[in-house]
Design a protein around this ligand. Structure first.
Ligand SMILES: Nc1ncnc2c1ncn2[C@@H]1O[C@H](COP(=O)(O)OP(=O)(O)O)[C@@H](O)[C@H]1O
Ligand SMILES: CC(=O)OP(=O)(O)O
Ligand SMILES: [Mg+2]
Length: 399
């Protein structure tokens, strides 16, 4: 009983939802985007159809969390913070410590902090969120929901790197993946849409937002995924390079006179991807506007599409086919052109999207063209719903 708050700190956004539980009715739904990029859109939907909107510079996650907390009171969504009886935080990296959602205490916070190298853009922001809420609600029941948890089913053949085995044993050097809560949610919805048990399905889920990852799902479980030891690996992202030849890192450190590896990682995490290639913006909406006159903006988009296609093609081979592919997250839910181009390039596998069905944003829909043998589904993600369900699950376990 009561109100549960799900806090989802992405690399470029802070999203939150306040739910009435156990009814799962959404009381408030907020997004603050473009953190640190200038002109953040703040959008909070609440009450019966009310909406608060503003455009302001929100410089980082700490400022975004403060804005969220202030808004809950100022917009009278809450009379006081004490009405919140459960809080769930998305945490990206759980390493080999956390294999499932965990009740937060001081020790857990330290362990999440200790995993900062496993998700440098995320775990520190996740800890900021946990601490900010702890300040105002020190005794509230809180859980951490890990992106990596869904991927703990991957077989060793997919999570091990071809490096000396002892580095895995001594240092945890392996693939962990990310976005698991989102891949898990859309996989469950895909099974509903297809009217078949999830355990019987092979799916390829494309979570493409500011961060992006592609997951191969076999028998309803994560089998392989494009992110790696950290969320830097895989496809090209907003500010992240995705896969590069590891030798290039040493080569560039020499050329750029960089001696501290964390400075090199900053370049690959924050100055690369769409931003680095285009030189214009990390945001796909900005690139779309200028792609006709700006070759590098077009190239950044084309690389993005190419890497997605490459992973999906590879996963079709690994899985031996698929029942459906799924588009989700900021770009996947909204970018009609990217969805069409990705699907067109996958025609050879029996994937095809109907342009008319595809002419839509942010709704659940089967986009498949007649005659396609692998379905293409558009499913807006809902990490927050998964998070509040886990609050209830763990609360009940404790009783
Ligand atoms: N209408 C749109 N068209 C194209 N891309 C969009 C649109 N709306 C949002 N995006 C993209 O989605 C990204 C944010 O994705 P999202 O999944 O919400 O973020 P995060 O990875 O921070 O969780 C933005 O960087 C932007 O490129
Ligand atoms: C793990 C990750 O990249 O998350 P996001 O896409 O929310 O930044
Ligand atoms: Mg996200």
């Amino acid at each position: 009983m009561g109100k549960s708050l799900a806090v989802n700190a992405g690399s470029s956004t802070l999203k939150f939802k306040l739910f009435d539980m156990p009814s799962e009715t959404v009381i408030a739904d907020g997004v603050i985007d473009r953190l640190g990029l200038g002109n953040s859109n703040v959008e909070i939907k609440y009450g019966d159809g009310q909406k608060y909107e503003s455009v302001e510079d929100v410089k980082d996650h700490e400022a975004a969390i403060q804005l969220m907390l202030d808004s809950l009171i100022n917009l009278k969504i809450l009379g006081s913070y004490d009405e919140i009886t459960g809080v769930g935080h998305r945490v990206v990296a759980g390493g080999e410590i956390f294999k499932d959602t965990t009740v937060i205490d001081a020790e857990v916070v330290k362990q999440i902090e200790s995993l900062a190298e496993y998700a440098p853009l995320h775990n520190p922001a996740n800890v900021q969120g946990i601490k900010a809420i702890h300040k105002i609600l020190p005794d509230v029941f809180s859980v951490a929901v890990f992106d990596t948890a869904f991927h703990t089913t991957m077989p060793a053949v997919n999570y091990m790197y071809g490096i000396p085995y002892e580095y895995y044993e001594k240092y945890g050097a392996r693939k962990y993946g990310a976005h698991g809560t989102s891949h898990r949610y859309v996989a469950g919805r895909a099974a509903e849409m297809l009217g078949r048990p999830l355990e019987d399905l092979k799916l390829i889920t494309m979570h493409i937002g500011a961060g992006g990852s592609i997951t191969a799902i076999k028998d309803g479980k994560s089998y392989d995924t494009s992110m790696g030891f950290t969320p830097l690996a895989g496809i090209e992202m907003a500010t992240r390079s995705g896969d590069v030849d590891p030798s290039l890192i040493a080569y560039l450190m020499n050329k750029l006179d960089i001696t501290d590896s964390s400075d090199m990682l900053k370049i690959l995490n924050k100055k690369s991807g769409l931003l680095g290639v285009s030189g214009v913006s990390a945001d796909m909406r900005d690139l779309e506007k200028v792609q006709d006159e700006n070759e590098r903006a077009k190239l950044a988009r084309d690389i993005f599409i190419n890497r997605i296609v490459r992973y999906v093609g590879g996963y079709l081979a690994e899985l031996g086919g698929a029942d459906a592919v799924v588009f989700t997250a900021g770009v996947g839910e909204n970018d009609i052109g990217i969805r069409q181009e990705v699907a067109d390039k996958l025609n050879v596998f029996g994937i095809a999207v109907d342009p008319e069905k595809n002419h839509v944003r942010g709704v659940e829909r089967d986009l498949s063209a007649d005659g396609s043998t692998i379905k293409t589904l558009l499913i807006p993600t809902n990490e927050e719903l998964m998070i509040v369900r886990d609050i209830e699950r763990l609360r009940n376990d404790q009783k």
